[in-house]
Write a protein that binds this ligand. Structure first.
Ligand SMILES: Cc1ncc(COP(=O)(O)O)c(C=O)c1O
Length: 372
């Protein structure tokens, strides 16, 4: 909404949408063939197109990433305890509770803000069945070390890759690490289908099992092999995904430009740290986190309020920590002394607005407010 001084409210993100008229032919096809869901032609086409674009072998589309996370855990029969991060969106840990699994929080690394590989082993017990790290902000976890730990202890490794669409690491898709990776195509994500998600898996047999689980466990008309759920993506969302995919490279380029502009404007501001890219990765700039350090002119929350007063709605992702929410804070691993790094980062972070339609002038306006 435009204000009288010509400026508008700016949110942390704004969904990318294709031109409406370009979507009409897709809708006409759906209206003509009357296939709305249940693995229709657009669903099939989007799975193929995403495998090709992302450089992965198999992918199962879902209605959203939360159902995909819940189903991923079911598909590998994970139970007991799972090691995970407190520095994420609540859905990561909620997917464990929905499966009756106890989350065990391990602190994060001060550079990547992802699970600290040095601290994982001490949290493993005879009940541990898996590790579920998050590639937070799409910045890669220490995948090689975490895989070694999983292998040594016979644990499954499921990545919450909700932020990691299109990210490359060591010249490979980041989604090819671990046993399974889960993507989100929510409206706020780099690639959106309004709502949506996917599980990336390494082989056709696993894909088939997951496809059964997301369709109530049906194998055929009369055979149900598991207490599956309804996790299917509709034809509407899949069709939109196909159209969105045509514009994804432009989206990633635009994000890169904004990140570069923020960095050049903010890197010399005393007390502001721009969170850097991880070496040997091709980032997607899904977020632009900064840390407000003790030597900045005001506190993190004062800066957050100052931006709001100018109708710039940055977000404190991820504050509070998941481990501070009522359903988790009683866990021994949620204690303050167990998670000092996560606590410190959560107290300093602000994610600045970043989305393709954010203008150079808006980035300058935000940077000016932070710099002065
Ligand atoms: C790290 C992480 N995991 C899971 C989710 C859940 O995704 P969805 O909204 O598609 O269910 C999100 C969503 O924002 C997220 O940021």
């Amino acid at each position: 909404m435009k204000k009288t001084d010509g400026t508008s409210s700016i949110y942390v993100t704004q969904p990318v949408l294709p031109a409406l008229e370009e979507f009409m032919p897709y809708l006409e096809k759906i209206w003509a063939n009357k296939i709305l869901t249940n693995s229709g032609p657009f669903h099939h086409e989007l799975e193929q197109a995403l495998c090709e674009y992302l450089g992965v072998k198999h992918l199962c589309l879902f209605a959203n990433a939360t159902i995909a996370l819940i189903t991923a855990l079911q598909s590998l029969r994970i139970n007991g305890e799972v090691i995970t991060t407190p520095y994420s969106f609540v859905a990561t840990a909620h997917s464990l509770l929905w499966n009756g699994i106890k989350p065990v929080f391990v602190d994060i690394d001060p550079v990547t803000f992802n699970l600290d590989a040095d601290k994982i082993e001490a949290a493993i017990t005879p009940q541990t069945s898996a590790i579920m790290p998050v590639h937070c902000y799409g910045r890669p976890c220490d995948v090689d070390r975490i895989q070694k730990i999983a292998d040594n202890y016979g644990l499954k490794l499921i990545y919450d890759a909700a932020h990691a669409f299109g990210v490359q690491y060591h010249g490979n898709s980041l989604l090819n690490f671990g046993d399974l990776s889960i993507l989100s195509f929510h409206a706020t994500k780099v690639f959106n289908t309004f709502e949506g998600g996917a599980i990336v898996c390494p082989d056709a047999k696993t894909k088939q099992h997951i496809d059964h689980l997301k369709n109530f466990g049906f194998v055929d008309e009369v055979t149900v092999v598991a207490p599956g759920i309804n996790g299917k993506m509709s034809e509407f969302n899949a069709a939109l995904g196909l159209l969105q995919l045509k514009g994804i490279d432009a989206v990633l380029d635009a994000r890169q430009k904004i990140a570069t502009q923020y960095r050049s404007r903010l890197e010399n501001v005393t007390g502001i740290t721009c969170v850097g890219d991880i070496a040997d990765s091709k980032p997607n700039h899904s977020y632009f986190p900064i840390l407000v350090e003790a030597d900045y002119v005001m506190s993190r929350d004062a800066l957050f309020q100052k931006l709001r007063e100018h109708e710039i709605y940055a977000r404190r992702y991820f504050y509070p920590l998941i481990s501070d929410f009522p359903m988790y804070r009683g866990l021994p691993s949620a204690s303050h002394q167990n998670l000092p790094v996560a606590r410190e980062i959560a107290s300093k972070v602000i994610c600045l607005p970043i989305y393709p339609d954010l203008s150079e002038a808006d980035v300058d306006r935000i940077a000016d407010l932070i710099a002065h």
